[in-house]
Design a protein around this ligand. Sequence first.
Ligand SMILES: Nc1ncnc2c1ncn2[C@@H]1O[C@H](COP(=O)(O)OP(=O)(O)OP(=O)(O)O)[C@@H](O)[C@H]1O
Length: 536
Amino acid sequence: MGKEESPKTTRRTTRSSAVATPSKNVVEETNASSSQPPTLSDLVLGEERESFSLDDLLSSFPGRRNQIQELLQLLGPRNSPMLPIFVYGGTSTGKTSMVLETFRHLKRPFVYSSCLSCYNPRILFESVLNQLFLHRKNAVNGYSSAKRCESPSDFVNFLREALVSVLANLEGNSGKLSSKRSGKANGNMIYLIFDNLERVRGWEKGSTILPLLFNLYDILKMPEVALIFISSASPDTYYSSMGYVEPIPIYLPDYTQDDLQQIFLRNQANKKLYASFLSVVLRPFCRITRRVDELSPAFSLLFTKYCEPVTNLGVVPNKELNQRLFHYFRPHVAPSLNEIFKVSSHPSTEVEVRETKGKGSTRKFGDCEDDQLDFHMPTSAKYLLISAFLASRNPATLDASLFDSTGGSNSRKRRRKASEKSMEQKETAEQELLLNPGTFPMERLLAIFQCIASVGEGSLDEEEEGYDGLGIRNGNGGLMSDVLLQLSSLCSANFIVTGGSCPLEGSTRYRSTVSEDMVLKVARSIKFPLSKYIYR
Ligand SMILES: Nc1ncnc2c1ncn2[C@@H]1O[C@H](COP(=O)(O)OP(=O)(O)OP(=O)(O)O)[C@@H](O)[C@H]1O
């Protein structure tokens, strides 16, 4: 019998299973199949006797040690009141899992509602209340909620009522009896977690619900009630001087390649074999996406392919086996890259700006006053942004020498070529810039993109060259197929604007609007050597 089927822990186990899988849609507050009436124990994640130490927690989240420690520090020792917390970062950066697993470790009672599955205010309110009232929808009660909320004020009233009742029963609030009733709950605080908060902005009544949620801390004035918001949009996209206490932000940056290496190696039976697989796939895939939920299914399929020639899965691969596996495996990489590129090319590229902890004014794209800014966008979109900047900034006549056949990664070759440039060519370039400041046709953008997409994170190392590369540079026709979608996202975000049309051809020309500072930061985030490609 799977853990999910255990009646006692059904709901919480369902939550924990969400942590292990990319989909969080399974995180539901109701589980109609359970016959057991819910108890206060259901407000705690994990089995009563289960030990989930801090070491377990930290080792299950490679790349998140600092953020987990930050979170633990803000949560404080048991029974300590705290200010609201705002956990944010790009998609699939582990926000939900990190928070939920931290609660599994602490064994503190909490209520979790996702604004993704609870897709309107009433469902959200009722989800919170059902959990607090220990109410489970089922056939007997006609799948009705504990309370029906017609308005935000209904919610606040019922919420207070429910919280008072839960708190009275939590350990430490009313002596021995309650300690028995509270089961495994640790402490007398209750935490309300609202996930996928960015979704609320799209709700019809989002503009009233968001202030309500942010104001809950002030409205309730209950020190035993703590609030945690989780969002893929940054705080400055919410607060517009509404007068409430701004929650304390915890930022989860995108994973580095090293983090991803640790994440994917973590549960592998044959780490050496998996490491040899990662040495082939991680870098090219990271150029396209660093989202665990996108990489995970792609890697699991590809690893099966990678292992096909291996008869003994416990084998310790040597150089010769690595070569053999690579040659067998190579044809499968490009199609998978194309697939993932399509998936990660979201039409609504969301670019967000991180503020330094707690403070700062809302910044618009293009402003770059602060070194702490972080941009959340797919890696491929970052390359596109850099390409657009270079196309706007550099004269087209120098493209050939800047982006040579090595994708520009061979600086020795480039320097030699650059030194061969005649003064005449330079003058032409300068004239061209004067005549045509910064606009470029789509073809040029695509050509630059194609060249630089193979440069980030340094040039290909010896080993990979020995493997003859993965066909990214030469075989990425498919990779480009979705670039129009990305381009339209960047245009809607005003990163790239249309800059009139060519008088001769009548085709649309584009212009990059990003500042050099900002592009430098984007480039740094993917370790792209931007300065080598800027014409001075
Ligand atoms: N550091 C990590 N170690 C192990 N697994 C991770 C890590 N980060 C993310 N994951 C896995 O990636 C998947 C997505 O994580 P999660 O849902 O927590 O991200 P999220 O930031 O909340 O995503 P979203 O923005 O979609 O809400 C989960 O399966 C999770 O277990």
